[in-house]
Design a protein around this ligand. Structure first.
Ligand code: AGP
Length: 625
């Protein structure tokens, strides 16, 4: 995800108020949590004859600082401006791909947050019409598309051109456009990606979220999907894509800045858990097509190369390892390929059996974990094909791999992986189904059923997220318990491991995850009255075995919390407490079943008064061996 911001101010304001450049730079600083691969801004001079001025920098977290040092040539007293901070999804995080993007002649500038699904067909048409596109991004297409409509119908103005252009666009967008022929106008539009607007005497503002412009006003307007806004100093007008006037919903906000950065949530982990439906949906976007086929064009491994694979290795650490474990079940079941899964720091030193027919999948949200980075380098040296699954475009691992499949969860601030973990499982299951599609190990009917189930995952994750109060009550009941055991079988086992890790890392409580069938081989000695056993008991082919294991721990005095499918009273009979989740195809269940585990750990840590975003001894990215 990226951050966008814009301000237009009329000449009526005193020079010191709402300086355009200051507002843009401060706003971008507040939006950096949404991405910081690059930053850029464009200013429009007060008179219609001033050229549009643009500056961009691609220097990671120093991008914004670099911008402020490159203001030579900027209009002295601009009337409007837009800014962008980027989390790359299409195109490397370099200056050519940094927003704002312009039209062919530099009269129009545009910033965008989202993914334009049909950008290839649009750019092909625009290039055929003589447009020159400079970047690898999907966004630049929008600038040229609007340019073409403005040239065709200049009387419709910038807003009319934006409406006409967006009628041709598929995908998600929150965008802002300026043109030097209308120096105090910003045109904004939104579909799925967030966009908030504000107005004060003599100025109007827009941003990806409230914190970026909090303080300039406390009176905001929400721009609904498929709405186009024209911002003029002190005035905002909104229409539908067809040009029908509509009234935007007003929103008064009294938050302070820190609360606002977390979008009103108590901490980033809570905010990021609530971003999980979108993280899963974005990871599926333009890979799971409406006609039910999967495309992984960006992976750059041919189907021939995929068909030549005889063995798969997955290497990862922590939560990424748990995601990899889930992939083992999916790839073996659907694609009938043998999968080995290894903790990265073990893989490197055990002389693994790898050759040119091995596909090694490195899973790392940061793309910088040194254990996994070294493991994939070892795999490459042994002749394997390496596919990286990461959340950071152009990260060290992304550059090391032969192929990359990006998750699209946006930056994750909380140390505990939540939305990136769900996005990893989603990406791995897309890959598993793609391997099955290429190897023709699933019938068309089976594939169709599975792809339909996959398409419903974002909504089911959103539904699971609505149960936070019930989960919190369970955490409250067991807040003083001395130890926790997490159990699961089959794909429930990595969910159990992830549940134990989440509880350990943010609440510092003793928690271990085991395969439910392994308990009787020793770990059951840990069970005594007062032990809390959290078990994944959603419906899978091994559900009856799980219930038998639950009976074993109950008979030894444990308190049992079961993750169960909505309405499954038969399972609930075996539980002291139930964490209810929507049902899905059992190999997709981890995407949903892990959600109450995350919420349970989050509640427990909050009940213990701990800082869930910065847990002791931990770092977000482990770049040491
Ligand atoms: C999980 O909540 C932790 N943040 C940690 O286990 C993490 O998953 C692990 O360090 C791997 O990080 P990566 O995905 O960036 O490689």
């Amino acid at each position: 995800m990226c951050g966008i911001i814009g301000i237009t101010r009329g000449p009526g304001l005193d020079a010191g108020e709402c300086e355009v450049l200051d507002v843009l730079v401060e706003g971008l600083a507040r939006l950096e949590y949404r991405g910081y691969d690059s930053a850029g801004l464009a200013l429009v001079g007060p008179g219609g004859d001033d050229p549009l001025w643009r500056v961009r920098a691609a220097n990671g977290t120093r991008s914004l600082d670099d911008l402020t040092k490159r203001t030579e040539g900027a209009p002295a007293d601009p009337s409007a401006g837009i800014g962008h901070t980027r989390w790359a999804t299409h195109g490397r995080p370099n200056e050519e791909n940094a927003h704002p993007h312009t039209d062919c002649h530099g009269h129009l500038a545009l910033v965008h947050n989202g993914i334009i699904e049909n950008h290839v067909e649009l750019s092909d048409r625009l290039i055929a019409d003589g447009h020159h596109l400079e970047s690898e991004t999907d966004t630049e297409v929008l600038a040229h598309l609007i340019e073409s409509h403005l040239a065709a119908h200049p009387d419709e103005g910038l807003a009319g051109a934006v409406r006409a252009a967006l009628a041709e666009v598929r995908g998600a967008f929150a965008l802002a456009v300026v043109h030097d022929s209308e120096p105090d106008v910003i045109v904004a539009a939104r579909r799925v990606s967030p966009l908030i607007m504000g107005v004060s005497d003599g100025a109007a503002f827009l941003a990806s979220d409230i914190p970026a412009i909090l303080g300039l006003t406390h009176d905001f307007f929400i721009l609904d999907d498929d709405r186009v806004a024209e911002l003029r100093p002190g005035v905002i007008t909104v229409t539908t894509l067809e040009g029908e006037p509509v009234e935007p919903a007003p929103l008064h906000v009294d938050w302070d800045l820190d609360a606002a950065r977390k979008d009103g949530y108590d901490d980033f982990m809570a905010k990021e858990m609530h971003e999980q439906p979108k993280a899963v949906a974005d990871t599926l976007l333009d890979r799971l097509l409406p006609d039910g086929t999967l495309v992984l064009d960006e992976v750059h491994l041919t189907n021939e190369q995929f068909r030549g694979i005889t063995k798969v290795f997955v290497v990862a650490c922590g939560s990424s390892y748990h995601a990899g474990l889930m992939a083992k079940y999916a790839i073996e079941h659907w694609a009938r390929l043998p999968v080995e899964i290894d903790i990265s720091s073990e893989f490197r030193y055990r002389n693994p059996v790898v050759d040119e027919h091995t596909l090694v999948i490195g899973v790392s949200q940061s793309g910088e974990t040194v254990d996994t980075f070294q493991a994939v380098r070892e795999a490459k040296s042994l002749g394997a094909k390496v596919l990286i699954i990461t959340n950071v475009v152009d990260s060290s691992m992304a550059r090391e791999g032969d192929a990359v499949l990006y998750t699209r969860a946006g930056p994750e601030i909380g140390v505990a992986s939540t939305k990136t973990h769900l996005a990893q499982i989603t990406a791995l299951e897309v890959l598993a189904l793609y391997l099955a599609q290429v190897r023709e190990t699933l019938s068309p009917a089976e594939a169709r059923g599975l792809l339909d189930a996959m398409g419903s995952l974002p909504d089911k994750v959103a539904e699971a997220m609505t149960r936070g109060d019930a989960v919190h009550a369970v955490a409250e009941r067991f807040r003083d318990s001395p130890s926790f055991i997490f159990l699961g079988r089959h794909v429930g086992y990595p969910v159990a491991l992830e549940g134990a890790l989440k509880l350990k890392e943010i609440s510092y409580l003793r928690a271990e995850g085991f395969p439910a069938g392994e308990l009787k081989h020793g770990p059951i000695a840990l069970v005594e009255p007062g032990t809390v056993v959290v078990c994944v008991a959603t419906r899978t082919p091994v559900w009856e075995k799980v219930i038998a294991n639950v009976a074993e721990v109950k008979s030894r005095g444990a308190s049992v919390v079961l993750v169960a499918n909505d309405g499954d009273e038969e399972t609930a009979r075996h539980a002291d407490e139930v964490l209810w989740v929507p049902a899905t195809e059992h190999l997709f269940a981890p995407v949903i079943d892990v959600v109450p585990m995350q919420m349970f750990a989050h509640s427990m840590a909050r009940l213990h008064g701990l800082d869930v975003d910065r847990p002791r001894n931990l770092a977000k990215t482990v770049t040491v061996e």
